[in-house]
Design a protein around this ligand. Structure first.
Ligand code: 8YV
Length: 315
C-alpha cells in the first residue's frame, strides 16, 4: 500500500523528521515558496496534517484539503486548530498531553524564581564587573512562603501548584469548578479575587474562545504593583495591551512570559521593559519531552491510518 500523504506545517527535530518521512509522504508547507501552489497541486492526495501547538491549522488550510482525515498536533494546546472546521467534516484531531506536563511546570516555576530573584541581572552583574566595582547586588523579592494563585488547575496547573507547595507557598486556584483532587488549596471562582489574593499569578489555562483575555485589566491590576504574572499557557489568555500598559505604569509589578501574540515577532515594547522576563515559548523544550511529543504525533497518525483507536484524541 502506498504511504499516506501528510502536510507538515512546521519543522521538527531531525530525530522526528526521519521516521516521519519513512512512514509518510511529507509535503513540507513551511518550506514551500509558493504555498497556495503546494496546496493546489497536492490537495487531493493529502489525508493528514502534522502541525505544532503554536502553528495549528486554520479553516482555509483545512478547507483546501478535501480528503483530510486527521490532524496531529505536536503540543498539548490545540487552540490554533479550527475545531469547528474539523467537526463539520469529521476530521480527527490529536495532541500530545501528559508527556510535557512536568517540563512545562518546571519552567513556570523556574521563571518565577529567576525573575523574582533577579537572576538574569545578577549574572550580568558578575559578567560586567559590577560586583567588583559596586559590591552587593540589589536586593530582590522572596518567593518562599508567599501566596500563589493558579489560574487553571488542569494537568499543568496542578503540577505547578504541587511544586509551589514545596516552597511553602500558600496555594489558591481558580477554575470552572472546585477540584476534588485539590482539597488543601483555596478555591476562588472569580479570577479577580484569585489575583487579589496572589503575589504570583500563574496562567495555566488551556486557551479557547472562552478564555481569551481572561486576564484583562481587572485581573492584572488586582495582582498589583508588588505582584508577578507568569504565563506558560497561550498569549491569548492575557490582554497583551493591558499587560504592556500595566507593566509600563507599574500597576503590575512584573511578568514572566513564555508566550506572546504574534510570536516569535513579539511586540517591541516588551524589549524596553526591565520588569519582564522573556522566554521563547520553550516550556516543553527538553530532549526528553520533545522526543516523547514527536513519537506521539507519529503514533497517532500511524494508529489512524492503521484503522486503530487514536492514542490521544482531542475531539
Ligand atoms: C509547542 C505548545 O508545541 O504544548 C503546546 O501547546 O505550544 C508547545 O509544546 C512547542 O513549542 C513546539 O512547537
Amino acid at each position: 500500500m502506498s504511504k499516506p500523504e501528510i502536510l507538515q506545517m512546521g519543522p521538527y527535530p531531525s530525530w522526528d523528521e526521519a521516521p516521519l518521512s519513512e512512514a509518510f509522504v511529507l509535503h513540507r508547507y513551511f518550506e514551500a515558496e509558493d504555498k497556495p501552489a503546494l496546496l493546489r497541486d497536492h490537495a487531493a492526495g493529502i489525508r493528514g496534517i502534522a502541525t505544532r501547538g503554536e502553528i495549528g491549522a486554520d479553516r482555509a488550510t483545512i478547507e483546501a484539503l478535501p480528503n483530510l482525515e486527521v490532524i496531529s498536533v505536536y503540543g498539548v494546546g490545540y487552540d490554533a486548530v479550527d475545531l469547528d472546521a474539523c467537526a463539520e467534516r469529521g476530521i480527527k484531531v490529536t495532541n500530545t498531553p501528559d508527556v510535557l506536563t512536568q517540563d512545562v511546570a518546571d519552567l513556570g516555576v523556574a521563571m518565577m524564581l529567576c525573575h523574582s530573584r533577579g537572576m538574569i541581572g545578577a549574572e550580568q552583574w558578575v559578567r560586567d564587573g559590577s560586583w567588583v566595582r559596586e559590591g552587593l547586588y540589589p536586593l530582590k523579592r522572596r518567593v518562599f512562603g508567599k501566596k500563589a494563585g493558579v489560574l487553571g488547575l488542569g494537568r499543568i496547573g496542578y503540577e505547578v501548584a504541587k511544586r509551589l507547595a514545596g516552597f511553602d507557598m500558600d496555594i489558591a486556584y481558580s477554575d470552572v469548578g472546585k477540584k476534588d483532587y485539590a482539597p488543601d488549596w483555596t478555591y476562588f471562582d472569580d479570577p479577580v479575587a484569585l489575583a487579589q489574593h496572589a503575589d504570583f499569578l500563574f496562567v495555566t489555562l488551556a486557551a479557547s474562545a472562552e478564555t481569551r483575555h481572561i486576564v484583562g485589566t481587572d485581573v492584572i491590576n488586582a495582582v498589583g504593583p508588588q505582584g508577578m504574572i507568569v504565563n506558560i499557557s497561550r498569549a491569548s489568555n492575557i490582554d497583551e495591551e493591558a499587560l504592556l500598559a500595566a507593566l509600563a505604569s507599574g500597576a503590575l509589578g512584573s511578568a514572566a512570559l513564555d508566550v506572546f501574540e504574534g510570536e516569535p515577532a513579539l511586540d517591541p515594547r516588551f524589549l524596553e521593559l526591565d520588569n519582564v522576563l522573556l522566554q521563547p515559548h520553550h516550556a516543553s523544550g527538553t530532549f526528553e519531552t520533545r522526543k516523547a511529543m514527536g513519537k506521539l504525533v507519529r503514533d497517532n497518525l500511524i494508529a489512524h491510518f492503521d484503522g486503530k483507536p487514536l492514542l490521544t484524541p482531542v475531539n
